[in-house]
Design a protein around this ligand. Sequence first.
Ligand code: LMR
Length: 313
Amino acid sequence: MAHKKKKIGLIGGGQIGGNLALLAVQKQLGDVVLYDIPAAEGLVKGKALDINQLSAVDGLDCRVTGSTDWKDVAGSDVIIITAGVPRKPGMTREDLLDVNLKIMRDVAGNIKQHAPNAFVINVANPLDAMVYALHKIAGLPDNMVVGMAGVLDTSRFKCFVAEALGSSIRDVEALVLGGHGDDMVPLVRHSTVGGVPLTQLIAKDKLDAIIDRTRKGGAELVGLYKTGSAYFGPAASSIAMAESFLFDRKRVLPAAAMLKGQYGISDFFFGVPVQIGAGGVEKVITVELNDAEKAELKKSYESVKQTVELVKL
Ligand code: LMR
């Protein structure tokens, strides 16, 4: 039977969008439509052409189309939303709520109309609140919409641990729970390097510094870039989720996903480990937490809730 190529719709042709398109082609996930508004037509068409020319170097058979027409996005298996404004130094992610909610309204309405069956991954900030808005406006099933940040936050945590130990990142197993904000919860007690608990390898004061740096990982990059925020990490994180869905890998990845009573939270998108496969979010995984971890998670939940309450649809 002929294998049908997958279709990946990327909404937003900026830095993350361009990197997403490149990664999708290099990993041969499927054909890509890189969409943006008409004012950015040259950008998406240029990036598409550039990547298609690059694909000849390695013989990659996935095509990128740059488009300003939602009809081209129709029928996408996966959609990744990066449309929106990035923060600048001195801003919080929450400062982006009004401007990005306006953009999300349009994007989610178009997803509802043109690609209601897609698995949708949101990258726009404030991340958890945008996932809430997207789910509501697009009317997507609970299992077909996620926020990307858990993979990114966990990846930052792992990176800083490997750096501190001078060890291979491959052996670092770690997890960050909670919302994509300064109250996220890097789970030290559950993290290991080569099977050895992190607490036995890194002194408490150093671990505290790593936790703090992880929590402020996005702001550190905003401070360095000055005109925008991270793009390589968010792109790679979203692609890991997309790949798991497209190829039914059933990877367990931390994502902002709909909770239905797990962790004592109901009808709310929040960062926890989930299994992603052909059925979208197929399972929410519950991590055993002690009282201190539960309290930290509650704090993170409360701050996400505060932002979500500001979303007027
Ligand atoms: C990140 O964590 O890199 C993103 O959420 C962008 C930001 O503003 O921090």
